[in-house]
Design a binder for this molecule. Structure first.
Ligand SMILES: C[S@@+](CC[C@H](N)C(=O)[O-])C[C@H]1O[C@@H](n2cnc3c(N)ncnc32)[C@H](O)[C@@H]1O
Length: 244
């Protein structure tokens, strides 16, 4: 169930309604995404992620069988807003760049080339209500399709790689109900004693059972806080898929 209310901003003096959301020009967004990918690909975090997945795939066919990637709650990349640091692109750019890295490394694992023809072999989706037309145009060019809620969840199955970073909805709880994705990178599931933080995507015993019973966990080290406190979960070859 969603509970929402419409908001408008008004000019204090004139009372006129101010424009709500202003997208940056498409060229600006495209350039920023390209430069973010370049920055991200040179980071230790990105290199380590590639190494972990390539090594794990040698003994785990679950990774080779991944047919789609679904990213939840990255935030849009088109709105004008300040980044965490004056020089760095905003976090949402890095989260989309990570999805593209994942597509690249998973295609390598499958023995496929990362080209326009490969979009069918590994489809990429993102779900976040904040996307606008400019996001759609830029992401489409990178082979990423924007989905409305709940279509991202409906796409999520056992042969999916799921990404989610600090969502405003309980993504981990919902995914836990519907699938055992082959690969997950999302907010670290903490041990029981550390669950005092109020969050819109809370830890739970169900979630702890899911990751403990079925997944190998790897630290996702990113000291720049571009993703938050997240971890990589790879479903063990021996772990059962989701019960239907
Ligand atoms: C706290 S922000 C996190 C943004 C970004 N992932 C980050 O780490 O900075 C929460 C995000 O959840 C998104 N969100 C809200 N409802 C959603 C839904 N139903 N499905 C996916 N994303 C949603 C919001 O639009 C927002 O971008």
């Amino acid at each position: 169930m969603h509970i929402c209310h419409e908001m408008e901003r008004q000019d204090k003096e004139t009372g006129n309604v101010l424009p709500g959301f202003v997208s940056q020009p498409i060229e600006v967004v495209e350039d920023m995404l390209k430069s973010t990918i370049q920055i991200w690909e040179t980071t230790e975090s990105c290199k380590r992620l590639r190494t972990i997945l390539t090594a794990a795939a040698k003994n785990n066919d679950n990774l080779r069988d991944i047919s789609k990637i679904v990213g939840f709650a990255f935030g849009d990349i088109s709105s004008e807003r300040k980044s965490d640091s004056a020089l760095a692109p905003p976090r949402s750019y890095f989260q989309h760049a990570l999805l593209l890295t994942l597509r690249d490394v998973l295609l390598q694992i499958k023995g496929e080339e990362n080209s326009n023809d490969s979009t069918d072999k590994l489809r990429c989706f993102v779900q976040d209500p904040s996307y606008q037309d400019v996001d759609d145009q830029v992401l489409k060019k990178s082979g990423i399709t924007i989905l409305e809620d709940p279509d991202g969840f409906l796409e999520t199955d056992d042969s999916t790689a799921v990404l989610s970073f600090a969502p405003n909805v309980p993504v981990r709880q919902i995914v836990c109900d519907i699938a055992r994705p082959a690969l997950i990178i999302w907010d670290t599931v903490k041990p029981e004693k550390k669950t005092d933080i109020v969050t819109t995507d809370p830890d739970s015993n169900r979630l702890r059972e899911m990751v403990n019973d079925s997944y190998d966990m790897f630290e996702f080290q990113d000291y720049e806080r571009r993703f938050g406190n997240v971890a990589i979960y790879i479903r063990r070859p021996s772990a059962p898929a989701a019960a239907n």
